[in-house]
Design a protein. Structure first.
Length: 183
């Protein structure tokens, strides 16, 4: 039956220390106590808070289909976060933000790779995300990891009415082999 294929276990992320640009960072699962820091990062990066406390709390309660991870520096400051939803063969990056003073050092890439590894472990066939059409740096990062451009979503971001670019990464080995011309 279809429900036999659903993974009903709670999503979990084992804390680990990584080194990014010679700086040690702890990646760990986000908790409700981290929401204030995530909101501060949103204000820093976007000038406002696209998500509010209620949205983060709601997302964190969806333990079977959502996973949020924070990056914490050795001083204990949350400097970045990433979230993803998982449904069958699909994984979707819901949010990714790195504090402006920590950008352009590889932290966003490391966090995205950690979430890609979770998706692959869960046998997701693809990962998708949306990115502002004017965010060339983020688009470059995603393309460097194999994401491909999709369609434009007009007025996607409610607060600014900015457009978003859909991007997709094929995670299944068969898709990767097809892209490399091996099949």
């Amino acid at each position: 039956m279809w429900f036999d294929q659903l993974n009903t276990s709670a999503l979990a992320f084992s804390a680990r220390t990584i080194t990014v640009s010679d700086v040690e960072i702890i990646l760990r699962q986000m908790t409700a106590a981290d929401i204030g820091a995530a909101l501060d990062i949103e204000r820093d990066v976007y000038g406002d808070t696209p998500w509010d406390r209620f949205v983060f709390l709601s997302e964190l309660q969806k333990v079977h289909s959502r996973l949020y991870v924070v990056a914490v520096n050795m001083a204990g400051r949350v400097v970045a976060f990433i979230g993803a939803s998982f449904h069958g063969a699909d994984s979707h990056i819901t949010n990714l933000a790195v504090a402006s003073d920590c950008q352009r050092h590889g932290l966003g890439k490391a966090m995205l790779q950690a979430m890609m590894a979770v998706a692959e472990k869960r046998h997701a066939a693809r990962m998708t995300l949306e990115v502002r059409t004017d965010n060339a740096n983020a688009q470059q990062l995603y393309r460097s990891l194999g994401f491909r451009d999709g369609r434009i979503k007009r007025n996607y971001y409610a607060s600014t009415h900015q457009d978003a670019l859909d991007m997709q990464l094929d995670l299944s080995p068969a898709c990767a082999e097809m892209e490399q011309g091996k099949v």
